[in-house]
Design a protein around this ligand. Sequence first.
Ligand code: ZN
Length: 229
Amino acid sequence: MLLILIVVVFAIIGYVVSKRLKGKFRKYSQIALKANLSGKEIAELMLADHGISNVQVNCVEGKLTDHYNPQNRTVNLSPDVYYGRNAAATAVSAHECGHAVQHAKAYSWLQLRSAMVPLQNASGRILNIVLIASLFGGFLIGLPYEFIGAIVVGAYGIMTLFTLVTLPVEFDASRRALAWVQERNIVTEKEYGMSKDALKWAAMTYVVAALASLATLAYYIFVFFGARD
Ligand SMILES: [Zn+2]
């Protein structure tokens, strides 16, 4: 029952934060940027300013699908951001380029996060197998309770660690983005406030995900290794 409570509480918090984030983006997207630069132009300018010439800026489908791909060194922007000429598009574009700058400068938290990706994927698969097996009985029958607990807590621990390592990476990308747009005089003081607020709410979604993961991990530790009498 406690697990259901944790899941429901964080689902509600997650919903509220993502609703707030979308609202902020909608609001800040309607105000035209004084510099009249599109997200694409912002990205190209920021990359050039940091001496980065091997990163491509692409337009990808969807909403809030913006991301930096370290594998093929591409900054991928959703159409709203790629073509947008407003504070929200500026903030997101510069944030994704912040990841490209982290990559170029071998920022240690990003390197650690990238190194953890295969481990994180494997943990997700292991948890799925345990979940399916526990639903249908299967090979788990006969295995010591503590052994299953160690697998679940270990795998979930790795996934939680991943969400925590993501936090400094995200906060640092936003910090780099905001420092650059201010330095470059891309935004007015008002637009800077909007950019900062938009990025703050984007970062909140990562904080909520990390907290939800931590709470679930604590639950599993309690269930498998908590005091039983
Ligand atoms: Zn990011």
